[in-house]
Design a protein around this ligand. Structure first.
Ligand SMILES: [Zn+2]
Length: 206
């Protein structure tokens, strides 16, 4: 079977993308004015401190920073896959930093995503939060998947589970969400050595 070498590459990583067959781009950190870092998916008190000290207490400003960083990173690095696009929701159910239903939030997310779409990257449907038990639905939110579909974008399901026992955790739910939005296929790595690296697969037979 074909075996590919890939990584999830954070925006701050110094790894050379040429050493890999593909990489998943993601953003996990904000850089503070003093050069230190604050995690997007850090504990909630760390996130609240960042919002208070670096965003004037405005959670929407924090989300804007996150999406801007991510947009610029994807445009510059051209990954195969956009990883957990709205990880910025990580602490929102606890901290209520912004309203995920608001047009301000949705527009800023979609504007960043539209710019990323132009790079032809796959959008990851990431079940990692579900697999590890802190999210009830995968990243990204349904409104994002709907818009991505309308643009003609392609998706890939990944569990990002950090645990071999959970490799396909949350896949049934992710497939059902995609089907309900109108997707009929996803993209995955091909296992055939003499075929194209990526292949489309019907969701019903996934
Ligand atoms: Zn990640």
């Amino acid at each position: 079977m074909a075996i590919y070498l890939g990584i999830e590459r954070d925006m701050l990583s110094c790894s050379d993308t040429k050493d890999y067959d593909y990489f998943i781009a993601s953003v996990h950190y904000f850089t503070r004015p003093d050069g230190s870092h604050s995690g997007v998916d850090a504990l909630s008190d760390v996130m609240q401190k960042y919002v208070n000290e670096c965003c004037g207490g405005d959670g929407l400003e924090m989300a804007e920073q996150y999406f801007s960083l991510f947009r610029d990173y994807v445009i510059e690095s051209k990954p195969a896959i956009i990883g957990h696009f709205d990880l910025v929701r990580y602490n929102n159910s606890i901290l209520h930093l912004y309203d995920e239903e608001s047009s301000e939030y949705r527009l800023m997310a979609l504007e960043a995503l539209r710019a990323m779409f132009e790079t032809n990257a796959l959008l990851e449907v990431n079940t990692g939060g579900v697999a590890r038990g802190y999210m009830t639905t995968p990243y990204p939110s349904a409104f994002i998947l709907k818009e991505w579909k309308a643009w003609g974008g392609e998706v890939i399901i990944n569990s990002d589970c950090h645990d071999s026992g959970l490799l396909n955790a949350g896949y049934d739910q992710a497939e059902n969400i995609l089907l309900s939005i109108g997707y009929d296929h996803v993209v995955r790595l091909s296992s055939e050595p003499d075929k194209e690296m990526w292949e489309r697969i019907d969701i019903k037979h996934f």
